[in-house]
Design a binder for this molecule. Structure first.
Ligand code: TYD
Ligand code: MG
Length: 452
């Protein structure tokens, strides 16, 4: 018999090595490489013949499969992030910082589903049944016919789930606590996480159960365990938010059954998570348009327009390397906007400390925020506030030109709905709502003339 070959895995990113080494070349982490006794799986086994499969011509399917109705959790913001409810037989991974509210959200969703008569199982490897019960009481779900389990052995979990009619939804909180006894390494290691996830996903596909897996994140914000975990599941949701804020954002980063970048917004209260159906109104609750360096950006998150306040502070610096600090936006993008404002509009920002903050704990990744960031920076530098009731959006190119962005109409409609009367924006193809006056900006120089 061939000798099982030893291999070494990185605990964080799953990279495979032949020899042990102190630092992982893939993710740069130190001391994260550990022995994996499972042997490598490279190469197909020789001399074995498998079972014959069946091929089906796609065009020969005379009765096209009807899209199955999705299972709605009753929490509209969660259903929205999932692309319109849960799909039977799918596996969903939910990642997020500790204490952000993953367990709370899933317990609330399971409670709602159970109250509607669906068979749901919540398996916690982190908390005892009494603790989960206490939390359920606090969330007002004491009467929900939900089944709880506190178990970490994968074998026991699968045996129990395989008995009788399979449940509609199973929550595993968390995948890192599970333990498969046929794998030698400790719970939470790459091999364990991979095997446990694989078994649970095949269970989901086999029985048509929705499996929701909670995944921990590492200190740099990735879901811990192998990156392959994200490839294995159908949907990956990240629960983000600043713990200093009560807002929580559930963002779809991968979805085989819906759009990505769709978000659900929640507010953490003493009674659990509340849905926020109009996030713009909440993000702008404390907005003061006379404040220097404040600018309202009309953004799009997934399919929904969201208005947020961008705050900038620009101050002359005596340091050789002025400070640049960004919260909620990309620092590389900020460097680009600063360079364009310097080179094309001659603003002299190179010698200034720059601080940028997206209010409410939202993280923006759209390039459409460029113009709003530029407006906030110029307002702080020139000590002139933006005109009243104004929203800003547009992408800045390296030449300083303002490029059109997608979904201008949706942005304008949402702004008009919230009482904004002006929009500084690139020229749009379609005319927007009449209630809002469009000031078309074609170059950063034009933006500067509004302040000086
Ligand atoms: P939790 O769901 O346990 O987080 P995770 O599973 O992501 O680690 O969230 C716990 C936090 O939420 C904790 O700091 C307390 C707070 N919380 C509330 O503010 N209100 C509540 O009703 C509940 C249940 C938790
Ligand atoms: Mg938890």
């Amino acid at each position: 018999m061939a000798k099982a070959q030893l291999s070494y895995n990185c605990r964080d990113c799953g990279a495979v090595y032949r020899r042990w080494q102190g630092k992982c070349d893939e993710c740069g982490e130190w001391n994260s490489i550990e022995e994996s006794k499972g042997g490598t799986t490279s190469g197909a086994p020789k001399g074995l013949s498998g079972k014959k499969g069946r091929r089906v011509d796609l065009v020969s399917l005379d009765t096209p499969l009807k899209e199955q109705p999705r299972l709605m959790s009753g929490i509209a913001e969660l259903d929205r992030a999932l692309g319109g409810g849960m799909v039977a037989g799918s596996a969903v991974l939910i990642g997020g910082d500790p204490g952000i509210g993953k367990s709370t959200l899933l317990l609330q969703a399971m409670g709602q589903l159970a109250l509607k008569g669906h068979d749901c199982v919540y398996i916690s490897g982190e908390e005892a049944t009494a603790q989960v019960q206490m939390r359920a009481n606090r969330l007002g779900l004491s009467g929900a016919p939900l089944k709880l389990g506190c178990e970490t052995s994968l074998r026991d979990i699968l045996t129990t789930l395989d008995e009788g009619t399979p449940p509609k939804v199973v929550v595993i909180d968390s995948i890192q606590t599970l333990f498969a006894d046929n794998v030698e390494s400790a719970p939470g290691t790459v091999s364990q996480v991979r095997v446990c996830a694989h078994e649970l996903i095949s269970f989901a596909k086999r029985k048509g159960t929705v499996v929701l897996l909670v995944g921990h994140v590492t200190k740099d914000g990735q879901i811990a365990g192998p990156r392959v975990l994200e490839h294995m599941v159908d949907t990956v949701l990240y629960f983000e938010g600043d713990r200093g804020h009560q807002f929580r954002i559930l963002r779809a980063v991968k979805n085989r059954f819906g759009g990505t970048d769709e978000i659900g917004v929640f507010e953490m209260t003493g009674m659990g998570l509340n849905e926020v159906t109009n996030p713009s109104a909440l993000f702008l609750a404390d907005h003061n348009s006379r404040e220097l360096g404040n600018c309202v950006f009309a953004g799009i998150e997934g399919s929904r327009p969201v208005l947020v306040e961008i705050q900038a502070l620009v101050a002359r610096s005596s340091a050789a390397n002025p400070r640049r600090a960004v919260v909620g936006w990309d620092s590389g993008r900020l460097a680009m906007v600063l360079a364009v404002l310097d080179a094309r509009a001659g603003l002299g920002l190179a010698g200034c400390d720059v601080y940028l903050n997206v209010a409410g704990g939202l993280k923006i990744s759209e390039p459409a925020a460029d113009l709003a960031v530029a407006a906030a920076l110029i307002s702080s530098l020139s000590q002139v506030p933006l005109p009243d009731e104004t929203v800003v959006f547009g992408e800045i190119s390296l030449s300083g030109d303002i490029r059109p962005v997608s979904q201008s109409e949706g942005r304008l409609k949402e702004s008009a709905k919230l009482g904004f009367a002006n929009a500084m924006m690139p020229k749009a193809k379609k005319a927007g709502p009449k209630a809002i006056r469009q000031q078309n900006i074609t170059h950063v120089n034009e933006l500067v003339t509004h302040f000086y």
